[in-house]
Design a protein around this ligand. Structure first.
Ligand code: PLP
Length: 288
């Protein structure tokens, strides 16, 4: 479908954040792409929407706090496509939190299933049985995997690199599944002079780490993988991180999300750099 009617700010702007003794920290403001589809979410969805058949429903998947579900709900509503979501946790309901309330407001039909059933769906690569599809009213649906993952997502994430006007000495980016950084690495030239710092929000993401570091090695790109071990685990927000976030917002006039980008900020502050440092702000801050 034609994407020109989608209200998204791309290319996203790159702003100077601060001067430090041996360089400058810049931020690529993917968080400004859209208030509800911020950061890497539209990057990941774009390719899917380009090829979607608007006459058929879309079936997607996510947890109760999923930024992907929120983004998909907005984009589907904007395109007037019927959206169906399978949500992890049978005990939940649309009233559970602001994310699910938002999805309901956007017209997403949600089915809440047990975690064990959700795990099987993940193992089956988001291919439900005919009975499940029938039960969810999704027999003719197009499947959008959890997190918007897939080849389309990688394509969209490549654009982050291709939108840059200047090549940074260091690139800082948060990682969950590693899709965003993989897309960036795919777009970088072989033997790029940019050192990539991946700050994993997930503790012990060994598979992702192995996949990403091996790919960087293949491309002769210097990559450092920062394991989340210093911060206590995915979604954990220790007091010192909260305090850092508050100070950041006070200083720069906008908030960074606590799960991903706060850790990039903490990483920047703990390490020394030289030259042009670029932080890709992957978004994740929403107003309820
Ligand atoms: C705000 C934000 N930043 C970063 C990420 C990590 O992206 P990826 O899973 O592509 O590594 C996510 C993942 O959903 C996210 O919501």
């Amino acid at each position: 479908m034609d994407l020109s009617s989608f209200p998204f700010l791309t290319p996203s702007p790159t702003e100077k954040l601060l001067h430090f003794s041996s360089g400058i920290l810049w931020m690529k403001r993917d968080d400004l792409i859209h208030p509800d589809v911020s950061g890497n979410k539209w990057r990941k969805l774009k390719g899917f929407f380009r090829e979607v058949d608007p006459s058929r429903p879309v079936l997607t998947f996510g947890g109760a706090h999923s930024n992907h579900l929120r983004a998909a709900a907005f984009a589907l509503a904007h395109a007037s496509i019927k959206g169906i979501a399978v949500v992890r946790g049978e005990e939940l309901s649309p009233e559970h939190n602001t994310t699910l309330r938002y999805c309901e407001k956007m017209g997403l039909t949600m089915h809440f299933i047990p975690r064990s059933e959700y795990k099987v769906l993940r193992e089956k690569d988001w291919k439900p049985s005919a009975i499940q599809l029938e039960e969810w009213g999704a027999a003719s649906a197009q499947i959008l995997p959890e997190g918007g993952a897939g080849a389309h997502a990688l394509e969209g994430c490549r654009e982050i690199w291709s939108e840059l006007d200047d090549v940074p000495d260091h690139l800082l980016i948060a990682s969950g599944t590693g899709t965003t950084v993989f897309g960036i690495l795919a777009a970088m030239p072989q033997g790029s002079s940019t050192k990539v710092h991946v700050i994993s929000a997930v503790k012990g993401a060994h598979q992702e780490q192995a996949r990403i570091t091996q790919y960087a090695r293949q491309k002769s790109i210097d990559l450092h993988w920062e394991d989340e071990v210093h911060f206590g685990g995915f979604g954990k927000i220790p007091t010192h991180l909260k305090a850092q976030n508050t100070a950041f917002e006070k200083e720069y006039g906008f908030a960074i999300d606590s799960v991903y980008n706060a850790k990039v900020w903490a990483y920047f502050n703990r390490n020394s750099f030289k030259g042009r440092v670029l932080w890709i702000n992957t978004g994740g801050v929403f107003t309820p």
